[in-house]
Design a protein around this ligand. Sequence first.
Ligand code: NAD
Length: 380
Amino acid sequence: MSENDHFASSKKEFDKTVLVTGGAGFIGSHVVISLVEKYPNWHIINLDKLDYCSSLKNLASVEQRANYTFTQGDVCSPYFINHLFATQNIDIVFHFAALTHVENSFRCPAEFMRVNVDGTRVLLNAARDSGVQRFIHVSTDEVYGDSTGRAFDELCPRRPTNPYSVSKATAECAALSYWKKHELPVIVTRSNNVYGPHQYVEKVIPRFISLLQQNKKCTIQGSGLQSRHFLYVDDVTEAFLTVMEKGTLGEIYNIGTTCERAVTQLARELIQTVQGLSLDADVDGWMEFVEDRPCQDLRYPLIFDKIQGLGWRPRVSWEEGVRKTIDWYMHNPHYWLDPEALEQSSPPLPEHKHSNCSIHQQLEISSIDQRSGVSSHLTE
Ligand SMILES: NC(=O)c1ccc[n+]([C@@H]2O[C@H](COP(=O)([O-])OP(=O)(O)OC[C@H]3O[C@@H](n4cnc5c(N)ncnc54)[C@H](O)[C@@H]3O)[C@@H](O)[C@H]2O)c1
């Protein structure tokens, strides 16, 4: 049976079809699992290119389910995406697929614009032509830019400060323009930082845990005074399902938390827990301060009353979320098979990505590769 035959026969049995892009990545995989389990009468299609930060192991618990299909593909390919929409009667889209590592976005900004903006445009076009009921576009708190004091509500202007957040801000403008111009039923979410099992080791929490597991120091960029708000992945998954079920079309929803940690404080807590040290133990020897990256935003506090009005709120405490996350990395020390990723400032972009950059960008990349030391990565 061809892939398409499988798709077609599956569809007949199901009430709705949901397309999740980037479903083999960190957040997308949790959302796919939740959808597959919660809606047995819906067909959940996971579309992912399987980039270095993704893994089909993330989907092991659902891979045999009758209402789940994985298809490997690129959101930037109009032929592939148009064919998928033309043949699958897709009702709901969750668009998670993106290049997500801020550090890489400095190395190759054009690639971030291509995947995050043009890939979104390809999807929006196909969704408009096929008449979907919901297009949930996943954006980020980083589009607001730095906050020295005030918390951001959804009406605050976008002031992105790095190539990643610029690409995300541009993509959400494109999504909202399809709502305005074509009445495509778009909803945009902007979430604080998310943590939990399955996250690739380049991001700050799994990175610190993995370094400590190997008895290595936590490397901290700059002063370490920059802070982030952290949401456990189960909470953010619930938020996406809430927005799907109750969100208003054309609206933006912040998905936020009051749980804020400065990077040094985060490192201290993880060092104490992973190394089993007492609260008053001296942990400074486990921290190493390295050069900061350009344009490091200090913090992204969010006002998230609007999504709380839909009945959602974060439920997993920081203590519980961190304990579950550390447990998972302790039990899965070789999950991400490339320990060298920890030794580099950023994992290498795949060959074709470098080759998509201009000669100038390639020179930039190689000079940054040479300069970079081991460092911590806050987002995304
Ligand atoms: N992790 C966070 O803290 C956070 C916070 C706010 C918003 N977000 C947003 O949530 C989404 C998911 O983030 P994540 O942390 O799970 O990222 P991730 O890097 O773990 O996953 C991204 C997924 O997208 C896939 N992908 C990349 N390019 C693709 C392409 N061209 N075609 C198809 N698939 C492609 C990758 O293979 C990967 O599976 C992103 O849009 C990100 O901007 C993340």
